[in-house]
Write a protein that binds this ligand. Sequence first.
Ligand SMILES: [Zn+2]
Length: 537
Amino acid sequence: MKYILNSGIYSLLMAAFLALTVYPQNFGEITVKTWPDDRKAAFSFTFDDGLLSQSTNAKQILEQFGFRGSFYFVTSTLTEQLPGVWRYGSWNEFTQMAANGHEVGSHTVTHLNLTNIPAGDTLTEGTILYELYRSAKKIQEKIPFEKAFSIAYPFTAHNQLVDSLSAKFYLSGRGGGNNFNNSSLTGLDYFKLKCKENYFNLPRNSPEDDLDELNDFIAYTQSAIDQGKWAMLLAHEVVPFSEIGGIINSTWYPMSNEWLTALCQWLYSKSSANEIWVETTANVTKYIRQRESFLYQLIAQNDSTIKFIPADTLDNLIYNLSLTVDVLVPSDWEEVIFQQGSVLQTLNTLTIGQNTFARINIIPDGGEVTLLKKTTANSFAVTGNVLYHNSQNTPVENVLLVLSRQDGVQFFAESDENGSFTFPSILSGTYNLSISKNENWGGVNSTDALFIMKGYSSQLTLDSLQTAAADVNNDGFLTFSDAEMVMKRFSRLINSFAGPDWIFSLNNSQIIVSSSNINLNVEALTSGDVNKSYIPQ
Ligand SMILES: [Zn+2]
């Protein structure tokens, strides 16, 4: 089977369908939306130089609106802790910011103009390669859970050489340019990102004096929305307006808290209206790159099921965002059941022109995607409880339940702290139910070994679940060797049994969904807990 490239090669797509001759229409055809949730445009906040005011002021303002920014620092200027050098912050703060989901990117090691120095190498100070590589490496060392995905060029200065060298270490690079970026990028376009900076004009006696720049910036972002593009703000210092006068001559065009808050309010309204996607430079870059390299393999297509495998050609450790896609479905599908991995949702389809689509968020390389037509006549809830087989009927949480259909489609549910689980929408059919749990084995001691011995010598009657829990060597019989194995594990001579650590009633049973909702009562025992003494937490 071939992957179908999602780059508008319609004839290739049609050829694939003709070869299959499954259906007259191209159901299952997939279009990746330009931006997540079909938003019209993207927006990134970028802050240069790693200044203390960014972690004390900008961070809080952004987070108040649920936004995250990209912060670019000059690695040689950050100190371990406060107080910092001049107005710079410390590694402590920026590590905290990264932990909160902000992007920490590179603004090089020493803030040299990269267009004025030689390419050099990663060991020679004062060269482009040294500045690019050493700053990324330092960030990785200092913030091990983060990686510098993008770079902001000092003085926004860059050229073809700087761009091509940056591509060795980063996913994207941001210059200046007072413009916005296309929604699709290729090659070194990713290293020529443009942004808009605010050169606040004088006088600045009150916050109102900065209103013209606010309106100007909003107009810039609105045009990005109108054109479906990616807008970026470049800022440096962010301080209360009352402090602007004190630093205006010593730092680069400081922005006021009031100004940034007003911009955030406007962006928040646009974001709530699904018009703009506010994300870090790294994540917007990743989304575009994933969209541009998206592939899929259609593996089933009939009047009730569409199945495909989404993929991309990228490193899954870095490129792990979900993509919003529209999947063409037959026009009589009003609701669809969507599943990928452990994600299971029921969604309404949408109609655009003559076509009906399921709009879903999928992870390329995140496993097979199944879309099933849902009808009220054929879809039912399967619910139930998992309770421990002790006298208290203690609820058992984190039990994984899987319903598997003969064609390989699987549905997943997990029990909650009350032991309850729900498969909200299961099409009628015959399913195999498998039940498992990996953690929190316990409750087994020498009394259980005694119960097993009494059980196989018929001095004690064990019920079916107790019998299954007693067969710890998993050979289908109760013998002395089961009792011996229990003693060995209790004495820590072994640390597992031959079978699973948890035994469930209804495991591997057939579930037939036909005309009504189903409720299942699942009983659990840990393997070996024949006397039912365990109380799982
Ligand atoms: Zn700078």
